[in-house]
Each structure stands twice: as C-alpha cells, then as structure tokens.
Ligand binder design. Structure first.
Ligand code: CDV
Length: 308
C-alpha cells in the first residue's frame, strides 16, 4: 500500500523592505506553477513569506510596522495566489504576520487545500529573540516584541489524504513540537523558517547553523516516524545573511531533497505517507514503548531543576 503526496518546498531568496506584496506574490506564483508542472499536490512557502523579516529592526511605536501584518487571509494581495492554486488544483502552506481584529499579533502559517479552502492557521509556539531594543546588536531579533506565543500548541489536521501538522522556525529546534504532533499521529510536518547565520548571543554557533538545521529536523522526523518539510527564506536580506538548505526529510531521518542555492528554488519529493508506519509501528510504537508516567517533568516544569 502507498499513499503518495508529492510535496514542493518553495524556498525564497531575500525580500527587501521596498518590495511590494504584488512583487512577492508574483515570485510565489512562479514557484507555485513550477510545482504544479512537477506534479506537486502541495507547495510549502517559508515563514513570513510576504515581507522582509522585519523583527530585525526595532520601532518604539509598534503600529509603525502594521503594514508588515496581514489583517485577513486571503486578502486583496494574496487572492491571486489562492485563485491560481485552486485553478491548478494544488494546495499550499504560507507563512505571514497576522494582526488580528482583537489587536493581537501572531506569526502564522495557513494551510490551504487543493480546492482553495483553508485547512488551518497555525500560530508559532516558541518565540525566540528578545522583547526590548538591544542597541549593541548588529541587528535585532525582536520577535518577542512583535509576536505573542501561541496558546494553542500543535494541532494535526486531516488533509491531502493524510495527517498534517505545522510548526514555524524556532519550533523545529524543540523535541516537544514534534512529539506533540507525533502523539496525534502526524504523517507530515510543514515548517517555514528564517534563520540568520550570525547568532548574536553565541557566534560560535554560526558555523553550525546548517548542521543544527538538519540535525533537529532529521531527528524529529525519525523519532516520530513522520515526513518533515523545512523551507527557508535565505540569502542576504537587508544586510543579514540567512540560511538556505531547505529540506524534505523522510520518516527514516534521511534527507531526500535539499536546496543548493539561497535564492528562490523549488525542491520536490514524492512522499509515501505509509512509510511512516515502518517507524510508528516498530521502534517508535508509542503505545507499546513510551513511559509517560516517568516523563512528568516535561509538562510539569519549564526550566531545569538541579539535584541537591
Ligand atoms: N525565525 C526564527 O525563529 N529564527 C530563530 C533564530 C533566532 C535562532 C531560529 O530558531 O532559527
């Protein structure tokens, strides 16, 4: 038996602050059409795929940056993407900043089915960086100023003939993200990211960015018997160099496709969702082997508590 979902990871190169939504959507359409030509059922775009990664700058009055947020999805700027995807019969997953009606600000990804209907909108759970201006940094990572952490956690939804989950960028570094979805039977996790190469709090990690990127997604895939699709916005954006290396990872933990540029680039893989059960039904048979009764610290405490 096999259930094939052909997925495209549509990596983007830089988006600068002067690029309009229309210009960006035109780039997304090019990638969407390439994906359709290559037989994709679904194409995944990066985190904050409609704008530059604006948390690299701090503004005292947050409303000055309201133009970087969407008020609804779809909207006038993204309707052409929804229309073309529906015409081509291809689903997509799109990351963007959302300013909700109640004034809350979220970093989200929306999963859209082949008929143009919205499957789900996921809000980023782990918000990295800092809350306040840190003038000594060469660039800011003020995501904790611009976004709230999701109170909803990690859902899994039925779509494309399988079980789909989402996470956004920093979420991919945390084993809890994958396991929360693994415990709902996830078969494919979609993850957009923007990862600056230079990690200001500890530059010794700069050279390891690519290694850490694949390390976490490969282990998360394997330990939960799931496909993982990681999609970058890479390249030098407004002077900040960001990681490319978008990947499609099999439930074995093997990388089956990887981007080799840091620009707009589509990578494609035919993913058999039934391959997940080689892992879910054997080594990672959760029901048989997990020991939740001895894992209570995982939800009971946040930071490490050292022994006496
Ligand atoms: N956009 C991100 O979440 N970036 C983080 C950086 C700050 C480390 C990441 O985990 O890649």
């Amino acid at each position: 038996m096999s259930r094939i979902v052909t997925v495209g990871a549509a990596q983007l190169g830089p988006i600068n602050r002067e690029h309009s939504r229309a210009e960006v959507v035109e780039r997304l359409l090019v990638l969407l059409r390439q994906a359709a030509q290559q037989g994709c059922d679904l194409v995944v775009f990066p985190e904050l795929a409609l704008t530059t990664f604006f948390p690299r700058w701090f503004v005292q009055d947050i409303s000055e940056y309201d133009h970087y947020y969407e008020r609804s999805m779809p909207n006038a700027a993204t309707q052409p993407l929804f229309d073309e995807a529906k015409r081509l019969g291809i689903g997509f997953c799109l990351g963007y900043a959302l300013l909700a009606e109640d004034g809350k600000r979220w970093n989200v990804q929306t999963l859209v089915d082949k008929d143009g209907s919205i499957v789900a909108t996921f809000k980023k759970v782990h918000i990295p960086g800092h809350e306040h201006h840190e003038p000594d940094r060469p660039f800011q990572h003020a995501e904790r100023y611009y976004f709230e952490p999701s109170p909803d956690g990690f859902g899994v939804w039925r779509a494309f003939g399988g079980l789909f989950g989402m996470m956004i960028c920093n979420d991919r570094r945390w084993p809890e993200s994958y396991r929360e979805m693994g415990l709902q039977g996830v078969e494919m996790i979609l993850c957009g990211y923007n990862t600056p190469i230079h990690y200001v709090p500890d530059p010794s990690q700069d050279i390891l960015q690519g290694f850490h990127n694949s390390l976490v997604m490969q282990s998360g895939a394997y330990q939960n018997g799931t496909w993982v699709v990681g999609v970058a916005k890479g390249g030098v954006e407004e002077g900040v160099d960001s990681l490319g290396q978008s990947v499609i990872v099999a439930p074995s933990g093997q990388i089956v496709a990887q981007a080799f540029t840091t620009d707009d680039e589509l990578i494609v893989a035919r993913c058999d969702l039934d391959w997940c059960y080689r892992y879910k039904n054997t080594l990672f048979d959760f029901n048989r082997y997990r020991r939740p009764e001895v894992y209570q610290r995982i939800t009971g405490q946040r930071g490490a508590v050292l022994p006496d």
